[in-house]
Design a protein around this ligand. Structure first.
Ligand code: C5P
Length: 302
């Protein structure tokens, strides 16, 4: 698809709406237990990047779904993709009000990469279609519907800094989290989330104690630095490049590096956006085959 065709999907229209599906970054992810149904109990500090997928929604004669963007083709054969599931589930709640819609997804984020692309797309579909169809759902019904689509969908619906507990559905805003200058890097090897959880050796790890480290140091970077992603060791078994990405981000000046979600995307936090952009350019020069993106994350007070 050409860039002008691309633009036309998002051009201002009297009756269409657009939504951003921002990349989700797990600044910390602690696995604290496991439920009887196999799902893991997590403590997560989550923020959102200013890069992501884009979705457009237009009234149409019949339902349609089109894709563009660097990773659009990778989704083309996926009839069960989360955008369509979100549309269908929301329509069940709405009935006759839910007229046919042409949904366009510009897929800018790599697939199965630990930064919530699919979950953020599903959440953006719920937001966009509620606007297009001129309806809303009670908060509890909406939260239930989002969770049906995936454990990360409720937090992607919020799309602002938060702590999520349970399997991801117990959400608390973090209004004092600052924005961070960041580089995201992914070796373009998809990771299966269930497989990473299956390989996890210890399922009862210490909880996230941000309040304690924050009151001791008053410093978010130190608090984040002292936290972990418990999924990183099992993900490294599947994708050894994860260790290499961390080393490279550090060599280019990252203050903290860590994997997001179940991987393989890793982030580095930098002191300034200029430093992040320079590091991203250098990393891209060294590994042109990787996904590398400099980004500023949301602040809690946005
Ligand atoms: O909910 P979602 O479809 O995103 O989860 C994908 C898979 O990841 C689940 O089927 C489960 O194996 C694993 N998972 C888990 N505990 C969580 C979230 C996901 O074990 N809290």
């Amino acid at each position: 698809m050409t860039s002008s065709e691309n633009r036309s999907h998002f051009s201002a229209s009297c009756c269409g709406v657009t939504e951003e599906a921002r990349a989700k970054i797990n600044l910390a992810l602690h696995v604290t237990g496991q439920r009887a149904d196999g799902y893991h109990l997590l403590d997560m500090l989550v923020t959102f990047a200013d890069c992501g997928d884009r979705l457009g929604f237009l009234p149409a004669q019949a339902d349609a779904f089109t894709l563009s963007g660097p990773f659009g083709e990778a989704l083309a054969g996926d009839g069960g993709n989360l955008v369509l599931r979100a549309r269908d589930l929301l329509r069940e709640q709405v009935g006759a009000l839910a007229f046919p819609v042409h949904i366009h997804l510009q897929k800018n984020l790599p697939i199965a990469s630990g930064i919530g692309g699919g979950s953020a797309d599903a959440a953006a579909t719920l937001r966009g279609l509620m606007r297009l169809w001129g309806m809303s759902l009670p908060a509890e019904a909406l939260a239930r519907l989002a969770l049906t689509l995936g454990a990360d969908v409720p937090m992607c619906f919020e799309s602002r800094p938060l702590i999520a507990r349970g399997i991801g559905e117990r959400i608390e805003a973090v209004p004092d989290l600052p924005a961070f200058a960041m580089v995201l890097a992914n070796p373009l090897k998809g990771v299966s989330t269930p497989e990473v959880f299956r390989r996890l050796a210890a399922k009862n790890n210490p909880a996230l104690h941000l309040a304690r480290s924050l009151s001791a140091t008053g410093d978010w970077l130190t608090a984040i630095g002292s936290a972990r992603n418990d999924l990183e060791p099992p993900a490294r078994e599947l994708v050894p490049e994860i260790a290499v990405i961390s080393q490279m981000l550090q060599a280019h000046g990252a203050l903290i590096t860590r994997m997001s979600g179940s991987g393989a995307t890793c982030f580095g936090i930098f002191s300034t956006m200029t430093a992040a952009q320079e590091a991203a350019a250098a990393l891209h020069g060294e590994r042109p085959d990787w996904y590398v993106q400099a980004t500023e994350t949301a602040s809690g007070g946005m």
